[in-house]
Design a protein around this ligand. Structure first.
Ligand SMILES: [Zn+2]
Length: 260
């Protein structure tokens, strides 16, 4: 995995220095850099990415990332990240994508390999719209934290391959089903060059508690939060309605939605 690791590091360095390019060196003495150089080996970015933030180092974390400030380099102030899990869903994912396009919001999709197999075209639509595509295992096993290494590896690698085949995107972020983490899951996340991602705001939309309650929870979101919602796993009408209302309200507060 060393090759992939180097690629990711280089991508992070490249993203951290948006002003670099031909001619940048000549003006380096007079132009102050916005951010410090992190990695000294610039290579061309192979694939355009929806977001600039890449983990500076991919060692196994002891706990998953819950706030944007834990990423390196950290996103600018007043950023908030919407994450959508368990898709792609043939009915709800396209409707949520329409809403995100209308609101000009980029989100982060933690998708399930088996769903990618069923709906490769919707998976590609997510990626083509500039959203971040991430690994949420192949079959979404809720018991993953108790599973042996071999099975966890299968879940991660199968989803990884399927997503890469369908979209050309190699996922850089992983979320464990139900937020269930174990030492093994965290180690294999790092081994596959991904950061483990949790959330700060959970409206429990999967349980369909009503549009009002989902919206109320989402509106508690603030600077640096990662919001958890679902586009897959069942009827997501309530989620869609809550997002229709909450996204413009959060934007009006000066928050900018970013993809991871
Ligand atoms: Zn899930």
């Amino acid at each position: 995995m060393l090759g992939a690791f180097t690629g990711l590091t280089a991508l992070g360095a490249d993203a951290a220095r948006p002003q670099d390019g031909p001619g940048a060196a000549a003006s380096a003495e007079t132009t102050p850099r916005a951010r410090p150089v992190i990695t000294p080996t610039p290579t061309p970015t192979p694939t355009p990415r929806p977001a600039a933030w890449t983990p500076a180092k991919l060692t196994a974390l002891e706990t998953p990332v819950r706030e944007l400030s834990q990423l390196s380099p950290a996103p600018p102030p007043n950023s908030i990240a919407l994450t959508l899990d368990d898709g792609p869903h043939p009915k709800w994912t396209p409707r949520i994508l329409d809403l995100l396009a209308e609101e000009e919001v980029h989100a982060t999709f933690f998708i399930v390999g088996e769903q990618v197999k069923e709906h490769p075209r919707i998976t590609r639509r997510i990626a083509d719209a500039g959203h971040q595509i991430c690994n949420h295992t192949e079959t979404h096993p809720m018991s993953i934290a108790r599973m042996p290494e071999k099975k966890v590896r299968r879940e991660i690698v199968d989803a990884h391959d399927r997503i890469a085949d369908a979209t050309g995107v190699v996922p850089r972020f992983f979320r464990s089903p139900g937020g269930a983490w174990s030492k093994t899951v965290l180690e294999l996340t790092a081994e596959n060059d991904m950061l483990p991602i949790d959330w700060a705001v959970d409206p429990r939309d999967w349980a369909r508690p009503g549009v009002r309650r989902i919206r109320k929870a989402l509106l508690k979101g603030k600077d640096g939060n990662i919001l958890l919602c679902h586009d897959g796993g069942g009827d997501r009408f309530q989620t869609l309605k809550a997002l229709e209302d909450a996204i413009p309200k959060l934007k009006k507060r000066g928050l900018t939605f970013i993809a991871l």
